[in-house]
Design a protein. Sequence first.
Length: 255
Amino acid sequence: MRRPPSVFLDANVLKASADTQLVLLPEPQKIDWGGREIEIDVHRPVFVNQNTKYLVQGNDERFEDTIALRFIAALAKEGKIQLLMHQEVLFELIRLPRATGEGPRFYGAPIKKVEGPFQYGRVVVDGTGRDYQYEFLSKVEHPRFRELQRACGAYQGATKPLQRNQLLDAFHVLCAESASATYFLTLDDTLIRVLTSRSPRKTTVTPITPKRLLVSLICRRPTWFWSIWRERRRLSKSGRNLDAIAQDASREFWA
């Protein structure tokens, strides 16, 4: 039996999938108070999709990438692809704002946690605010990791500190390679560009955005289109409008 394509998830992809956040939206309302009209704020529960910021910015392509994540999750739920993640991706996610939303992570799709290229233990957090993730990774002596640091742009010279974001990118790509992932799913166009712009290839995995991954998978396996159709139908029945900045959540809030 042929192994399904495996997709390693970058932290920015997991953050973008947290697109359903419940907030209380203040709305001014006038009421009669002892014969006097006053204005107060009444808070209405709404679902906010943080990814609509891309529409406001005019970046429709990136917004479509975030929508594609739901269909990638649908393929994973049906066992057509396998999603992979390393624990350091989760630790990076903890430091990102608005990285969690209503509902399960990545729309409830199964995600396999993979082992890294080597065994280790480290302090995760102790309340001091120290960046233990950066401190640990910047001291790792691993030949392939050093190569990826240069490829991803973390290494800027012997006298300069390693760039944090690019250092994490390099380690995530290393973990994807170690897990023999087919794809490295990310929203980082710069990372994709630096890893694919020159020959020879800088990594054994294919860095790719969600929309391009979806198109690639459907082109190779056209029957998978029906998985996308089923997810679209489910979304339509749910009443969710994903391109709305805010949508009423009173029924869910008071249930």
